[in-house]
Design a protein around this ligand. Structure first.
Ligand code: SPV
Ligand code: MG
Length: 554
């Protein structure tokens, strides 16, 4: 069940159910619960999503890794508002509560007040403040870093708690006394003072490779407030021992960033060495996976809901000529010949409908009474025997208004070809098979070969426009850039150009004799007509051999 995060950071459940807790309450519950909790490091929106998908219940926004991901040191080099921006991306990216590594609070009590308010406003569920001085340094650097005066730090804690905008906001006070070598007594003294100042939990930090001093602290502390630990250095300690010691929360503080460094380095080295992507493709997340992680599917849905819908395209299918498939076309035109229980025309119309093209006009002529199909408008070219394709098209003039797909009645193509045409921004786009060069054997109808201003390159990134120069069944194979599939799409503007061209042919007395290649070539001389290259995945049925192939298609 998907959840929705409302602006006030309430995670909304399905109607009729008690809503789950806010992010603030969720973090408070984790820290307070008697069972051991885990916060996993994240440093940006994407890593926050990855933590959520891994099943964690909370996130640690690490100062070290947020800084490092920005290419900076963990020394307050990023301003607090720059950090806040990163935190906002993280909060927006996940429904999980985030405990923010607030370093020293970026100054004195006054800076803490503003910082805490801003965190609450942006849906960050808690902050951890450490008893050091601004600008701080990472705890694992150097020895004996100076600590804040206890009373001054207690003032920061009080100021933070007094400034929180939600009662469940969590303030964790981090004790650095063990890190700084000041000993257990000082650590306990500080923890006690911070607890009294209002901290919701104590983070006791250690840089030793064993957890002995953490366990000793926990024993002395005796559960006075929840204890949070960061076992980066004492990582080999079995987690069970933390449970037995009554620890509240373990922070896995930096491991997503560190794993990303290894993965990125390996990928960069391979690509640099190979000057190729071959060895890395398949070992890296797919582009599709990136789209999924950032929620492209939701955007698609939203576009359907909010973008003005353009009227669906219509189609004109030219099916007036007889075609010659021997006895099969004695009583019906070729488009009505059966292919696996369905006529060619039916299959074509089905593909059109699947792509949202529902308004279909079929121009029939030869054996017109045999051309029957539900939900399709029929227009007759009764002069089919002495006229050509342009005349047939002109018979359907009324149907060419807005966006229009034009297809021969004897072609089959995979749906993605039509979808690509429909998605094209071109006003006139022809589907051209870059592999078709007219050498595929003698057919009764020589193929319509295309000459364009650019040949098919096959490059993944090559999606620049290709302009039609001419299309004709008289193009030499060497000159041909591909074969027109008998499929084209016109935008509303392109459809108006098509109307103009039909009118021009009529005015010049050419309408009866012209075929579509001539019409398109003339159009290309005056208007931009684009070629969209494909490689196979279509066929037209001219022979019994083609028909056999058609029966295996799909
Ligand atoms: C951080 O992740 O930034 C921390 C934890 O503060 S540590 O690096 O262990 O200091
Ligand atoms: Mg830190």
């Amino acid at each position: 069940m998907s959840q929705v995060v409302s602006p006030n950071m309430q995670v909304l459940g399905p109607a009729g159910h008690r809503p789950p807790p806010t992010k603030f309450a969720a973090l408070r519950n984790e820290i307070r619960s008697p069972t051991l909790s885990f916060l996993m490091e994240a440093h940006d929106g994407l890593s926050a999503k990855i933590v959520e998908e891994a099943g964690f219940r909370g996130i640690w926004a690490s100062g070290l890794t947020v800084s490092a991901a920005l290419g900076l040191r963990d020394s307050n080099e990023a301003s607090w508002t720059q950090v806040l921006d990163v935190l906002e991306y993280m909060a927006d990216a996940t429904a999980l509560p985030i405990l923010v590594d607030g370093d020293t609070g970026h100054g004195n009590f006054n800076n803490v007040r503003r910082f805490v308010r801003k965190l609450c406003e942006r849906g960050l569920a808690g902050v951890c403040l450490e008893d050091k001085l601004f600008p701080k340094t990472n705890s694992f650097i150097g020895d004996g870093q100076p600590l804040a005066d206890i009373d001054e730090f207690c003032g920061r804690i009080k100021a933070g708690k007094d400034s929180q905008l939600d009662d469940d906001f969590v303030l964790v006070a981090r004790v650095e006394a063990l890190i700084s070598g000041l000993g257990m007594e000082e650590a306990l003294r500080r923890a006690e003072a911070y607890h009294r100042a209002g901290a919701d939990a104590i983070l006791i930090h250690s840089k030793r490779s064993t957890a002995d001093e953490i366990f000793a602290f926990a024993r002395h502390w005796a559960g006075r407030a929840p204890l949070v630990i960061v076992p980066t250095m004492y990582y080999a300690t079995p987690t069970e021992l933390f449970r037995e010691a009554g620890i509240s929360t373990v922070i896995w503080a930096n491991h997503l960033l560190r794993s990303a460094i290894v993965a990125m380095r390996e990928t960069a080295a391979r690509i640099a060495e190979d000057e190729s992507l071959v060895r890395v493709e398949g070992r890296v997340a797919s582009v599709k996976e990136v789209f999924r992680l950032v929620g492209n599917a939701e955007l698609e849905q939203a576009e359907k809901r909010y973008l003005p819908a353009k009227p669906p395209a219509a189609a004109v299918v030219l099916a007036a000529s007889a075609g010659d498939l021997g006895g099969l076309t004695a009583d019906r035109p070729k488009c009505m010949v059966d292919v696996r229980g369905r006529s060619l025309l039916d299959t074509l119309v089905h593909t059109l409908r699947e792509s949202g093209v529902r308004d279909v006009t079929v121009v029939r002529g030869y054996r017109k009474e045999a051309v029957r199909l539900g939900g399709v408008r029929m227009v007759d070219n009764d002069r089919y025997a002495e006229t050509g394709e342009a005349w047939s098209l002109a018979c359907a003039r009324e149907a060419i208004r807005g966006e229009t797909v034009l297809a021969y009645g004897d072609v089959l193509f995979r749906r993605y070809i039509l979808d690509t045409l429909l998605a094209s921004g071109a006003d006139v786009a022809l589907a051209v098979d870059a592999l078709g060069d007219g050498r595929r054997g003698a057919t009764p109808n020589p193929p319509d070969l295309v000459v364009a201003d650019r040949r098919f390159s096959g490059h993944y990134l090559d999606d620049g426009p290709v302009r039609l120069r001419r299309v004709s069944n008289g193009v030499a194979a060497d000159e041909a850039c591909g074969e027109w599939m008998g499929l084209a799409r016109f935008s509303a503007r392109g459809a108006a150009w098509l109307q103009e061209e039909l009118a021009a042919l009529g005015a010049e007395g050419l309408l009866e004799s012209a075929d579509l290649p001539l019409l398109l070539t003339r159009l290309a001389a005056r208007r931009p007509v684009e070629v969209l290259y494909f490689t196979g995945h279509w066929l037209d049925v001219d022979t019994l051999g083609d028909l056999a192939e058609a029966r295996n298609f799909g």
